[in-house]
Ligand binder design. Structure first.
Ligand code: TYM
Length: 352
């Protein structure tokens, strides 16, 4: 996106454009998180959007987390945001649990969302596939309702995310519309997902049909934002491919998921279109393409890793940034939550 979106014809005309997005601090961040989310976060901030970015620690504990590790991973994720270009002076950056409105609005949305809607959520099905779903936490099941609360607590109009979050944003829209309808108000915006660019779904380096994920048991399947230059280059060198050279056009990548994934990663890192990348490498084999991709990935990721390490050397400063961000977030959220409670009929006579 190169310009602020027009709101003139959208159902959100009455709302100031505002960006919200979040990342779970459950394990290290990957190249998928960077290209699908973090890079876009910094770009949207630089395009002049009012932006609110959140480390969603309450979402993380829907699956048990080691408490010490969770706190450290939350700091590390905050460092990744800053290293990727999110400026805490221009964007609001905080961790979810410091703003109690997320939990309060989520409860109200639990009473708006329908069981049938939750039952259709593919991410819950994926996360419990092959496991005993009866043993999953209630929080994991209700997760999308908390996500709707994250977004709507700030009346966010735009949410940059990767492809895998699309269904959750659709649910957020359904919850907003049902709330507005049930209470006869036009209070919540119908939020737009922003799923843009060549890398909205970065795939595993070992299997081009699976999403690159921090929870994949194989470390070789992903590039972590904490990997050093050697690790990045070696994972790209060893990435699964096929023996064919790169084709002349994108059509030639249709049945070649691993090759397509590497082309998309190259495109997203270089700012080129995927068409332009195949144009440049047409007829060349992976012996040529992989070193070029490795060089590009190292040039972009290594400085982020270095900056993350520098920031992580001062955890108290990260905590201070998150605390200041939470205060700013709370100042936006508090009146929206108070008005929601009034709409629902909750008495609010105590000074807060
Ligand atoms: P999470 O923590 O799984 O991922 C954070 C962001 O990274 C994107 N992403 C990817 N993009 C491209 N390719 C990949 N392989 C890849 N893996 C992850 C995700 O799409 C996401 O944008 N439920 C959310 C967190 C959340 C949230 C929110 C997001 C909670 N509340 C409100 C937006 C708005 C999640 O688990 O993302």
């Amino acid at each position: 996106m190169t310009q602020a979106p027009s709101t003139a014809l959208s159902p959100n005309a009455a709302f100031t454009p505002r960006v919200f997005s979040g990342i779970q601090p459950s394990g290290g961040l990957t190249l998928g998180n960077y290209l699908g989310a973090l890079k876009r976060f910094a770009e949207m901030q630089d395009e002049g959007f009012e932006s609110i970015y959140c480390l969603v620690d309450m979402h993380a504990i829907t699956v048990w987390q080691d408490p010490v590790a969770l706190a450290n991973q939350t700091r590390e994720a905050a460092a990744a945001f800053i290293a990727a270009g999110v400026d805490p002076a221009r964007s609001v950056l905080f961790n979810q649990s410091q703003v109690s409105g997320h939990a309060e609005l989520a409860w109200i949305f639990n009473c708006v969302a329908r069981l049938g809607w939750m039952n259709r959520m593919t991410q819950f099905k994926d996360k419990t596939a092959g496991k005993n779903a009866e043993n999953a936490s209630l929080g994991l099941y209700a997760y999308p309702s908390l996500m709707a609360a994250d977004i709507l607590l700030y009346h966010a109009t735009h949410v940059p995310v990767g492809e895998d979050q699309k269904q959750h944003i659709e649910l957020t829209r359904d919850i907003a519309a049902k709330f507005n309808h049930d209470y006869g108000v036009e209070f919540f915006p119908i939020t737009e997902p922003v799923i843009e660019g060549a890398a909205t779904r970065v795939m595993s380096l070992r299997d081009g049909t699976k999403k690159m994920s921090k929870s994949d048991p194989s470390d070789a399947s992903r590039i972590n934002l904490t990997d050093d230059a050697d690790a990045i280059a070696s994972k790209i060198r060893k990435a699964k491919t096929d023996p064919e050279p790169l084709p002349e056009t994108l059509d030639g990548l249709k049945e070649r998921p691993e090759a397509k994934n590497l082309v998309n990663i190259y495109a997203a890192l270089s700012g080129m279109t995927a068409e332009a990348v195949v144009g440049e490498f047409a007829g060349k084999g992976f012996g040529t393409f992989k070193p070029a991709l490795a060089e590009l990935a190292v040039a972009q990721i290594a400085p982020i890793t270095t900056e993350m390490n520098r920031l992580m050397a001062d955890p108290a400063e990260i905590d201070r940034i998150l605390g200041a961000g939470a205060e700013k977030a709370d100042a936006i959220a508090a009146p929206i939550l108070a008005r929601t409670q009034e709409i629902v009929g909750m008495i609010r006579s105590r000074a807060r």
